[in-house]
Design a protein around this ligand. Sequence first.
Ligand code: ZN
Length: 327
Amino acid sequence: MAENLYQSDGHRRRRVNRLKKYIISLLFLSILIPNVCMVVLLFRVQTLNREVDGLSGQMELLFQKIQGMEERQDALQIRAVSEDVQGTEADVYTAPMQGETPVGEISTPEEEPAHKIYLTFDDGPSTHTGEILDILDQYQVKATFFVVGREDETSKELINRIVEEGHTLGMHSYSHKYAELYESVDAFAEDFKKERAFLYDVTGVESVYYRFPGGSSNTVSNIDMREFADFLDSRGVVFFDWNVSSGDAGRQQLSVETLVRNCTSDLSERQTSVILMHDSAEKRTTVEALPQIIETIQAMEDTVILPISEETTLVQHIQTETIDEWR
Ligand code: ZN
């Protein structure tokens, strides 16, 4: 009996010991597990912190890039506005010309439509001017005529038609004699006065546009062309050269096909195209090519044909100080 009791006593102690061990290991685990969890969590938090830091850095870089882009955009807008106002920045321009070589084109970013085309006719009026006016009327197109001093009645009627039908009347000197015209500023001024007065008498319009015979980049004048440009500016007149040439200035009569190609092949490359043509008596194929030239341009997307006006971006072969003041 006593032995039994003793045995059951030992048994109980062992059970108590096992229970103690169990409790101790339970306590140990209850301390260890949260600690391990805490360490793991701390480690994870640190990793996340590093990731957040990395992302912040990337975001900062992105913000800097966006800011840079915005600044560039602002700079471009400022440049566009200043070019529009001053017209001083010239794109180098190298299209082939017949005898008359252009040097630069002043271009500005413009509003819609993207391409503005100006048809210009020099040296008229002539026997072809009436037909040219008819064609322009048929296609509802306005152009610009840089006329010379012809005082016969037919020429006067044609000059009047130019104005009455909504085209721009420009001057191209009264005499169109290079040697006399470019002899001196005084000679130029005299010719200018004569032509302006003549056109005013005929039409009642005081023309404010001029095209130098041979262009401002002509190699005939011994006097710096800027002196003549300054003179024009002092009279409130602006001169226009061209950046597209039909090629009809030469002695040889070009084919209709060549004229159409010369006038239209690269118009989509520019915002402003001033096309040089001649409505003088010997330029028959220019008249014949005109309908096709107009049709080709009218078929172009986002393109409009306009007469030269004060809105027109200056196209000048030489750079002058007066451009700044004019615009
Ligand atoms: Zn001319």
